[in-house]
Ligand binder design. Structure first.
Ligand code: SF4
Length: 352
């Protein structure tokens, strides 16, 4: 740390004491954070915004107030509560990690980065964040907000993600031994409320006197990012099948892979080539007289965009084929239906 920025942690913590965001998972000032709440929030916040996570977090802690309660819950119920939050492997790992903490660690979370990383779903960033926030370890925490603040503070012009190790080293240098958890949360809050992506509000910033990016007038252009690969589009056909009782046919997805263990409207595979009519009819769970619905359902996943056509058909009566089940429309809200599947339901109900 240079002589100049030796005062940086103190300046940031003084700002944090006045301007910290109130978030449902944060302990009140002076109170010890509950590692269970810190862990749960950090897993939910991977790839998801604070605003989206808020209501999910509140529902989870109301229903499962401790790691033991979460471990004892059937996975199905956790997936149903998680539905809509995306990246469903997180929910399965959450359940496995809760069981490990309960069975192997006697209900107590490991209190350092190495121990935390032995739990499913916890990588470098999450381990550092939990170690700092829940256990006040001087871990270098680097999330998207902190990457941006640090790139600007040091006027780092090399692009992400390659420059991450440099940023982590710089964060480690300025993380204080006193209140490292508050320091990490202060950096996150500064990034979210002051050092914002397109419009850094340097005039309001407690770190302006330390900030090279602001001094050079290049802060708003930072951090630079390496060009992303174009996202391919995949296509498929989903089958909306209802019976005489108005129930819809659903299927559970395989445990492994995208949307693993979640519930789905059955469909063809999703491929870059559109399926032929014959291939689609063969992939359907029942051989029926199909009517294509107007319009398409579109959804964006991390690595591809998806465009689904919907075919609908009614059956008088049918046993549900293997791996599928009938569900009343008013019970759909109790199923682990990810956002894409909810879009399909909405599309069908609007089109019909
Ligand atoms: Fe960000 Fe401006 Fe503060 Fe630098 S001075 S950290 S660019 S808000």
């Amino acid at each position: 740390m240079t002589k100049n920025n030796r005062d940086l942690p103190g300046a940031l913590l003084a700002w944090y004491d006045r301007h910290a965001r109130r978030l449902p998972w944060r302990a009140p000032p002076g109170a010890k954070p509950d590692p269970y709440r810190v862990w749960l929030s950090e897993i939910m916040l991977q790839q998801t915004t604070v605003v989206t996570v808020g209501p999910y977090f509140e529902r989870f802690v109301a229903r499962w107030p401790s790691v033991q309660a979460l471990a004892a819950s059937p996975l199905e119920e956790i997936l149903t509560e998680w539905a809509g939050l995306g990246y469903y492997a997180r929910a399965r790992n959450l359940h496995r990690a809760a069981q490990m903490v309960t069975d192997k660690f006697d209900g107590r979370f490991p209190d350092d980065e190495a121990g935390l990383k032995s739990l499913p779903g916890i990588g470098d960033y999450t381990a550092a964040a939990i170690a700092a926030i829940a256990f006040d370890r001087p871990a270098a925490v680097l999330d998207g907000n902190i990457e941006r603040v640090t790139s600007r503070l040091y006027a780092i012009t090399e692009p992400l993600p390659g420059v991450k190790p440099v940023l982590r080293r710089l964060v480690a240098e300025i993380t204080p031994r006193q209140r490292p958890g508050d320091f990490a949360q202060a950096m996150m809050d500064l990034g979210a409320t002051v050092c914002q992506p397109a419009r850094p509000r340097c005039l309001l910033c407690p770190l302006v006197r330390f900030c090279e990016g602001s001094a050079q007038g290049i802060a708003a252009e930072l951090p630079r990012k390496a060009a992303k690969k174009a996202r391919p589009t995949r296509h498929g056909i989903a089958f909306w099948i209802t019976d005489a009782q108005g129930r819809v046919l659903l299927r559970k997805r395989p445990e492994k892979g995208l949307l693993g263990s979640m519930t789905e409207i059955p469909s063809t595979d999703w491929r870059e080539d559109k399926p032929s009519q014959n291939a689609a009819a063969n992939a359907a769970p029942l051989a029926l007289d199909w009517s294509p619905l107007r319009g398409r359902v579109r959804h964006v996943f991390t690595h591809f965009s998806l465009e689904l056509e919907i075919w609908s058909a009614d059956v008088e009566e049918s046993a549900a084929p293997e791996d599928t089940f009938w569900c009343r429309l008013d019970d759909l809200g109790n199923q682990a239906l990810p956002s894409l599947m909810r879009k399909i339901v909405k599309h069908v109900l609007t089109a019909k």
